[in-house]
Design a protein around this ligand. Structure first.
Ligand SMILES: NC(=O)c1ccc[n+]([C@@H]2O[C@H](COP(=O)([O-])OP(=O)(O)OC[C@H]3O[C@@H](n4cnc5c(N)ncnc54)[C@H](O)[C@@H]3O)[C@@H](O)[C@H]2O)c1
Length: 499
């Protein structure tokens, strides 16, 4: 029994141990399983995290790629739009150029060769359809004349010209027409001598010299340049035009197809010359040896004639009622015509006015007939060597009537001057000098070279009247013969000055 009990106990113990071992094994297995589960869970979590990160990265990359693609598409669209705009602009420009060329060719009869040679003012006119004239103020003392009167400006403005007029405030150079007269007809007023800042395509219109400051001349100037006959400083002036790329349309050389000047101050020069000669004659009859005073401009022809008629009447009364005899050589020309007209209008009878021209002088001088008249007015255009009309030696004659010589032609320095003793210029301040032969009394000589200034109004009116038809043609200066000749002459003279 005991053994049985012992065996039983042993079996029990064994069973217990087995159970324990089993329990232990079970616990171990459980722990292992738990650990495994944990590891699995961890691995799963890690895998999940990795997958998430990968997904995120992928999404980011996708977004970036999308943005890049979008930007590229935008840039492409922009470039396309730009190209389209450029193409459109080019097409527009081409169409405009085509229209311009068509207008030029069909409407304005444009030829490329003509355009290349076109002076700046004409080119400006072609493009803007207006010609700009700029009437400058004068700087030469006693110059009151103008090449453009307000009336002419009014006409030109009506024809589409633009006209600027410089004020002329200085008394000694005051234009015969008031600034306000120009303003009233629609001209723009500008400051005196402001023409250097005028638009480059404006034509600067004047009469006498420009300020001699050596500055380059950038405009086209229309005035008396006095530089085509090798006068003092001619090269310097032409070089100024060259330096500034400007040009000169010299008023003295504007000629028509027959070679005649289109406008000249000759008539009024003769008119004023004849007046001054008669006035000096009157002065000697009325005042004897007293020096003859200064001459100054008259407001108009009527006042000059009124004054002169009264003087002649008074002088004739002191000369036994005898009116002077006047001989005009070159009487058929502009100056001669004016000289004869003044004499007759001032009251000298037609019979006392002797008119000589080529026919009367063709036998060749000198001419004793000149000693038998009281006044000799020379108005010829000296173009070739001729023998003198009268010499100083001839004046030595007791019964000589001649006492006044007015040399309107003023060829004082010409070696073929037909009045050799008229060899220096006189002025408005000192209009005469005397030649004193041993017998026969002194002879007063007048050699003023700007006689028309004595009557600035009529001189301006007449000159402007004759010049106006050519001024109207300035719009077509690239084809008009008057202006073409003037441009050609300028180019020739400039080339000579630069040679
Ligand atoms: N002193 C001044 O203020 C002034 C102003 C303007 C013009 N001028 C000068 O007056 C002169 C004449 O100018 P214009 O416009 O009357 O010229 P113009 O051509 O109109 O007239 C000249 C006349 O002189 C005649 N003539 C020429 N040679 C002659 C001769 N040997 N004998 C006789 N007659 C002759 C011609 O047949 C013509 O009729 C020019 O020398 C000009 O420069 C002077």
């Amino acid at each position: 029994m005991l053994v049985l009990m012992l065996v039983l106990v042993l079996v029990l113990v064994l069973v217990l141990v087995l159970v324990l071992v089993l329990v232990l094994v079970l616990v171990l297995v459980l722990v292992l399983v738990l650990v495994l589960v944990l590891v699995l869970v961890l691995v799963l979590v890690l895998v999940l995290v990795l997958v998430l990160v990968l997904v995120l990265v992928l999404v980011l990359v996708l977004v970036l790629v999308l943005v890049l693609v979008l930007v590229l598409v935008l840039v492409l669209v922009l470039v396309l739009v730009l190209v389209l705009v450029l193409v459109l602009v080019l097409v527009l420009v081409l169409v405009l150029v085509l229209v311009l060329v068509l207008v030029l060719v069909l409407v304005l009869k444009w030829e490329p060769a003509r355009l290349r040679k076109m002076p700046l003012p004409a080119l400006g006119t072609l493009l803007t359809n207006t010609m700009h004239l700029w009437l400058r103020s004068e700087v030469k003392a006693n110059e009151h004349r103008t090449a453009l009167t307000p009336e002419a400006c009014k006409e030109l403005l009506g024809e589409g010209y633009t006209i600027t007029v410089e004020r002329s405030p200085e008394a000694s150079t005051k234009r015969i027409y008031e600034d306000s007269d120009y303003e009233a007809v629609g001209c723009q007023l500008a400051e005196s001598q402001s023409w250097p800042s005028a638009p480059k395509d404006a034509i600067i219109v004047g009469l006498k010299e420009l300020p001699e400051d050596g500055s380059p001349l950038e405009h086209t100037h229309l005035y008396f340049g006095h530089c085509y006959k090798n006068q003092g400083g001619w090269k310097d002036l032409l070089k100024r035009f060259h330096a500034g790329n400007g040009s000169l349309l010299d008023m003295e050389f504007l000629t028509n197809d027959q070679g005649r000047r289109v406008a000249a101050f000759g008539y009024m020069a003769g008119f004023a010359g004849s007046f001054s000669a008669l006035d000096v004659w009157c002065h000697r009859k009325l005042e004897g040896d007293k020096p003859y005073g200064a001459l100054s401009a008259y407001p108009n022809e009527d006042e000059l004639l009124k004054y002169s008629r009264a003087r002649i009447e008074a002088a004739a009364a002191k000369n036994d009622g005898r009116l002077p005899r006047v001989l005009v050589i070159g009487a058929l020309g502009r100056c001669g015509n004016g000289a004869c007209d003044f004499a007759t209008r001032a009251g000298i009878p037609e019979a006392n006015v002797l008119r000589w021209d080529m026919a009367e002088t063709k036998v060749g001088g000198p001419f004793n007939e000149l000693l038998d008249v009281d006044i000799f007015v020379n108005c010829i255009y000296l173009s070739q060597p001729i023998p003198p009309f009268i010499t100083e030696a001839m004046l030595e004659k007791e019964d000589r009537a001649l006492s006044v010589v007015c040399d309107v032609s003023c060829d004082t320095s010409n070696p073929h001057n037909p009045i050799p003793f008229a060899n220096k210029s006189t002025t408005f301040d000192e209009p005469t000098y005397q030649v004193k032969p041993k017998v026969g009394g002194p002879v007063d000589v007048i050699t003023i070279d700007h006689l028309p200034t004595l009557l600035p109004k009529e001189s301006s009116d007449r000159y402007c009247h004759d010049l106006l038809p050519s001024i109207r043609e300035l719009k077509n200066m690239d084809s008009n013969p008057v202006w073409q000749r003037a441009i050609k002459l300028f180019e020739e003279k400039k080339a000579l000055a630069l040679a």
